[in-house]
Design a protein around this ligand. Structure first.
Ligand code: PHE
Length: 447
C-alpha cells in the first residue's frame, strides 16, 4: 500500500473526523436552512435524518474504509473485484470540488469579518447597517474574490505542509474552545428581549411550514454537515486502528456535530427576533445577526474576534478534509507526487470558487437551472452529490457488500457486541432505498 499522509493516533483520527464534520455547515448553513424552512419542524426532520440515515451512512463509510485501509476507489475494487462500483469514486471527486467551490467563498466572507472585527468596524451599527455591510461585501467582485483566494491559498499552504501534527493539534484545541464560546453566545442571546420568540421558532414544530423541499433540504443539510456521501469518511476511517469501536466513533461524530448545529441555532434565533431580522434571510443570516449579538456584550470587540477566528479554524479543518479527497486519490490512483496533486486540486478549486464568488456581482445574471452559480453549486453539492452518494454507500453496504465484512467491522472480529448491526442493516436496506425513491419522485417533479 502506498504510504499516505495520515493521522498518527486514534484520537487524532477522531479529532479529524469531528473537525471535518463541524464547520460552516453547522454554524452558517444550519441556522439559515432552518430559518428558510420554518424552524422547529425542519429541525425535527433533521434529527430524524441523522438517526435513520446519517449514523448508518457514517458507519457504512467507516466499514468500507477500515476494512480495506484504502481510498474509496481501491476499497471498492478490493471489496467487489471485477465489478464497476469503483466508478462511483469519480462522482465523489467531482462532488468534493463542488462543495469546496462554494464553501471557500463563505470562508472568504468569514476572513473579511475577522478583519473587520480586528479593525473594530463591527461595532456600533443598526441591523440595517449590518445588512448593507454584507451587501457591500458580496457586490464587490474584488473583495469577494480576493478573500476567497486568500482563504484558498492558506488552505493549500497548510495542505502542502502536511496535515498530521498541525491540524490535529489545532483541531483538538480549537474545537473545545469553539464549543465553549458558542455556549457563552447562546446565554447572551437568551438574555435579549424577545428571546422566547426565537426559541419558539427553533423548537416548536409547526408542520404547516414544512414543504417537501424542506424535507429534502434537511436530508441534504444532514449529509453536508456530517461530511458523508463523497468518501471523506472512507478516507479518514482507512487510518483507524482495528480495535476502535466504529459504532462509538460514528455516534461521537454525529452527536457533537448535531450539538454544534443546535447551539448555533440557539445563538442566532433569539437575536433574529430581537433585532427584527427576517429568519428567512438565507446565506446572509449570520452575517447580519452576529455582529448585533457581539455589540450587546461587554468586551464585544474581543468576542467578535475570537468567534470569527474559531469559525475560521473550524472551516479550515473542513476544507482540508475536502481537498484531501482528490489529493489522496490522485496520489494513490494516478501516482502523482503530493505537490503535483495539490497543484491540480488547487487549479480546479480556484476556478470553481472564483465563479461562485463572482456570481454575487459580475456574473449575477448567469443562471444554472434558474439559480445563481453559487446557489446551484450549494444545491448540487448537498442535495444531489452528497445525498445520492450517501444513498449509494448505504445501498452498497446494505445489499451488495458481503455481510461477513460488515459483521467483522461492527464487532471487531467478534470482540465487541456490535448491538447496532441489525439497526444498521435495516436502515441501509430499507430506509435508504425508500428515501431514494421519494427523492427521485420529488426531483423529477412527480410529487
Ligand atoms: N461537514 C462540513 C461542514 O459542516 C463540510 C464538509 C462536507 C466537509 C464534506 C468535508 C466533506 O461544514
Amino acid at each position: 500500500m502506498t504510504k499516505r499522509v495520515g493521522f498518527a493516533t486514534r484520537m487524532g483520527a477522531i479529532a479529524a473526523a469531528v473537525g471535518s464534520a463541524v464547520g460552516l455547515g453547522n454554524i452558517w448553513r444550519f441556522p439559515y436552512e432552518a430559518g428558510v424552512n420554518g424552524g422547529g419542524a425542519f429541525i425535527l426532520v433533521y434529527i430524524v435524518c441523522i438517526l435513520i440515515m446519517g449514523i448508518p451512512v457514517i458507519l457504512s463509510e467507516f466499514v468500507i474504509g477500515r476494512s480495506t485501509h484504502s481510498n474509496m476507489k481501491a476499497a471498492l475494487m478490493r471489496l467487489s473485484p471485477g465489478k464497476k462500483y469503483y466508478l462511483f469514486t469519480y462522482i465523489c471527486i467531482i462532488g468534493s470540488f463542488v462543495v469546496i467551490g462554494f464553501y471557500s467563498v463563505v470562508c472568504g466572507w468569514i476572513i473579511e469579518y475577522l478583519y473587520q472585527a480586528a479593525l473594530g468596524h463591527l461595532h456600533g451599527h443598526t441591523p440595517e447597517e449590518y445588512n448593507s455591510m454584507f451587501t457591500a461585501l458580496v457586490s464587490d467582485p474584488w473583495r469577494c474574490v480576493g478573500w476567497t483566494v486568500i482563504f484558498l491559498v492558506l488552505n493549500f499552504l497548510v495542505m502542502s505542509r502536511g496535515i498530521e501534527k498541525g491540524i490535529e493539534r489545532v483541531a483538538s484545541i480549537m474545537m473545545p474552545l469553539l464549543f465553549l464560546i458558542l455556549i457563552i453566545f447562546c446565554v447572551n442571546s437568551l438574555l435579549l428581549p424577545g428571546a422566547a420568540d426565537g426559541l419558539k421558532f427553533l423548537f416548536y414544530p409547526d408542520f404547516s411550514q414544512l414543504t417537501m423541499r424542506g424535507v429534502l433540504d434537511a436530508f441534504g443539510q444532514a449529509f453536508l454537515s456530517l461530511s458523508i456521501g463523497i468518501s471523506c469518511l472512507v478516507t479518514y476511517s482507512s487510518y483507524f486502528k482495528d480495535d476502535t469501536s466504529l459504532t462509538r466513533d460514528a455516534t461521537t461524530v454525529a452527536v457533537l456535530d448535531t450539538l454544534v448545529a443546535i447551539l448555533s441555532g440557539v445563538m442566532i434565533f433569539p437575536a433574529v427576533f430581537s433585532f427584527n431580522v427576517e429568519p428567512t434571510a438565507g446565506p446572509r443570516l449570520i452575517f447580519e445577526v452576529l455582529p448585533g449579538i457581539f455589540q450587546q456584550m461587554p468586551g464585544g470587540y474581543v468576542w467578535a474576534l475570537l468567534f470569527f477566528l474559531l469559525v475560521f479554524f473550524a472551516s479550515l479543518t473542513s476544507t482540508i478534509s475536502l481537498s484531501e479527497i482528490p489529493i489522496t486519490f490522485m496520489i494513490e490512483e494516478h501516482k502523482l507526487t503530493r505537490p503535483h496533486a495539490i497543484v491540480w486540486t488547487a487549479i480546479f478549486t480556484f476556478a470553481l470558487a472564483v465563479l461562485a464568488a463572482l456570481s454575487f456581482n459580475v456574473l449575477d445574471d448567469v443562471k444554472v437551472f434558474g439559480k445563481s452559480i453559487f446557489d446551484a453549486m450549494d444545491y448540487a453539492a448537498s442535495n444531489v452529490f452528497m445525498l445520492l452518494g450517501g444513498l449509494f454507500t448505504a445501498v452498497y453496504v446494505g445489499w451488495i457488500l458481503d455481510r461477513k465484512v460488515v459483521h467483522e467491522q461492527m464487532t471487531n472480529n467478534g470482540r465487541l457486541k456490535g448491538a447496532m448491526e441489525p439497526y444498521l442493516i435495516f436502515c441501509l436496506r430499507y430506509v435508504a432505498p425508500v428515501s431514494i425513491f421519494f427523492i427521485f419522485l420529488y426531483l423529477t417533479g412527480i410529487i
